[in-house]
Ligand binder design. Structure first.
Ligand SMILES: C[S@@+](CC[C@H](N)C(=O)[O-])C[C@H]1O[C@@H](n2cnc3c(N)ncnc32)[C@H](O)[C@@H]1O
Length: 376
C-alpha cells in the first residue's frame, strides 16, 4: 500500500473501477467457472459467453485487487475473496456486488446535487424513491434482497451469539427480508416459534412461517419478542418513529424489542463500515445511521425503554434490547386493542381511523423536492 498522498488519492478516486469489475465478474459468473479449478481468460470467456480480450483485462484488474490469483502460466484462480462471488458459496457476497454494480452505482452519480440542494440522490436519478422503484423492478428487488442476505450472512452468527433468543416463546422478525437472520436464530433455537414479516412480494415462498404487510400500517401482534434488524436506518426520524410506534402497538407490555443496527462512532475512522453504510443511507434512502443517544431518544418517544446495548460484531453491529414501557394514557405509544390475542392480518390490526396502505405505495411525504414520496 502506497504512502504517497497523490497515489493514494488517485487510487481512492478509482473506486468506481473496482465496483464495476467486481460487478462484471459476478454478473458473468466467473467465480462459478473457476470453482472447478484454474482457467485461462479464453476458457472463462467461452464458458460465460464473453469476449476474451476485454475479459482478460478485467480478470487482471481483479488479480491486481487480489480477488483472483494470476498464476505463472497466465491462468486465473479464485482467492478467498473471489470465491465469495459465487452464488452458492457459503457466505456468498454476490448479491452485495450485484446490487452495488447494477443499482447503487448509478444513484451515487446524483450525490453532488443532493449535497448541494438536499433531496435523495436515488430519487433524483431513478425518478422514484428506492422501495417504490424496487417494487416495480422485481429483478433488482431480488438483487437488493440478495445484498441484504449477503450482509446478514456476515452478521448472523455474531447476532445469534450475542443474544439469547431462546428466551422467547414467539419472535416476529419485522422487515426481516428473506429470513437469513431468522433462519440462523431458528437453527440455534429450534423450539422457538417464529414469524417473518416483510412486504408481500419479499416473503412469498420464503420457506419460513411468514406474513406480508406494511410496517407503517401494522405488524403481527401479541408475540413476546420482536426483532428489527437494519430497518430503522432506512428511514428518517419521523418514519422510524412511525415504525417503532407500529411495533409498540403490537407488543404486549413487557415484551422485548431487539434492534440490530450499526452505531455511529464518535470519530469516523473508528468504524469505517458504519460510515460507509451511512453514506448508502444518504444516497439511496431517506434514512441514516444513528448514535446511541439518538436511538435511545427514538425508542423512548415510541414507548420503549432501552435496557441494554451490546456490541455484536466488532465494528459493525450493535444492538439494543428494549422493553415496552407501560403505556401512558392517551400517549401515541399506547397500545390499541390489537396488541394481544391470536395473530391477525395487518389490516385487522391498524390504528383506529387509519386506512392500511399497500406496501410500497406510501402517501406523499411532508417535505417537498426529490424524495417527496415516502414509499421505497
Ligand atoms: C435493509 S433491509 C433489512 C433486512 C433484514 N432485516 C436484514 O437485517 O438483513 C429492510 C427491509 O425492510 C423491508 N421493507 C421496506 N419497506 C417495508 C414496509 N413498508 N413494510 C414491511 N417491510 C418493508 C424491505 O423489503 C427489506 O427487506
Amino acid at each position: 500500500m502506497t504512502t504517497d498522498p497523490a497515489a493514494r488519492l488517485a487510487r481512492l478516486a478509482d473506486g468506481y473501477l473496482t465496483t464495476q469489475i467486481l460487478y462484471v465478474a459476478a454478473e458473468l459468473g466467473v467465480a462459478e467457472v473457476l470453482a472447478d479449478g484454474p482457467a485461462s481468460a479464453a476458457e472463462i470467456a467461452a464458458a460465460v459467453g464473453a469476449a476474451p480480450a476485454p475479459l482478460h483485462r478485467v480478470l487482471r484488474g481483479l488479480a491486481a485487487e487480489h480477488v483472483l490469483d494470476e498464476l505463472p502460466d497466465g491462468r486465473f484462480a479464485l482467492t478467498a475473496e473471489g470465491a465469495l462471488l459465487a452464488a452458492d458459496a457459503p457466505g456468498s457476497q454476490r448479491g452485495v456486488v450485484l446490487a452495488r454494480g447494477r443499482v447503487y452505482h448509478a444513484a451515487f452519480a446524483g450525490l453532488l446535487d443532493s449535497v448541494r440542494n438536499g433531496g435523495t440522490a436515488f430519487d433524483a436519478v431513478y425518478g422514484e424513491p428506492f422501495f417504490t422503484w424496487l417494487a416495480a423492478h422485481p429483478e433488482e428487488y431480488g438483487l437488493f434482497q440478495g445484498s441484504m442476505s449477503g450482509r446478514s450472512a456476515r452478521e448472523a452468527a455474531a447476532v445469534v451469539a450475542a443474544y439469547d433468543f431462546g428466551r422467547f416463546g414467539r419472535l416476529v422478525d419485522v422487515g426481516g427480508g428473506r429470513g437469513v437472520l431468522l433462519r440462523a436464530i431458528t437453527a440455534a433455537h429450534p423450539d422457538l416459534g417464529v414469524l417473518l414479516f416483510d412486504r408481500p412480494e419479499v416473503v412469498a415462498g420464503v420457506g419460513l412461517p411468514h406474513e406480508g404487510g406494511d410496517f407503517f400500517a401494522a405488524v403481527p401482534p401479541g408475540a413476546d419478542g420482536y426483532l428489527l434488524s437494519r430497518v430503522l436506518h432506512d428511514w428518517d426520524d419521523g418514519e422510524a418513529l412511525e415504525i417503532l410506534r407500529t411495533c409498540r402497538r403490537a407488543t404486549p407490555d413487557g415484551a422485548t424489542l431487539v434492534v440490530v443496527e450499526a452505531v455511529l462512532p464518535a470519530r469516523a475512522a473508528d468504524d469505517a463500515a458504519a460510515i460507509r453504510m451511512d453514506l448508502h443511507m444518504l444516497a439511496l434512502l431517506h434514512g441514516r445511521e444513528r448514535t446511541e443517544a439518538e436511538f435511545a431518544r427514538l425508542l423512548a418517544d415510541a414507548g420503549f425503554r432501552l435496557v441494554r446495548t451490546t456490541p455484536a460484531a466488532p465494528g459493525c453491529t450493535c444492538w439494543r434490547r428494549c422493553r415496552s414501557k407501560q403505556p401512558r394514557a392517551g400517549s401515541r405509544g399506547t397500545r390499541t386493542g390489537c396488541g394481544s390475542g391470536a395473530p391477525r392480518g395487518p389490516r385487522a390490526c391498524r390504528r383506529p381511523g387509519t386506512a392500511a396502505r399497500p406496501a410500497g405505495r406510501r402517501t406523499p411525504r411532508r417535505r417537498a423536492g426529490p424524495g417527496a414520496a415516502r414509499g421505497r
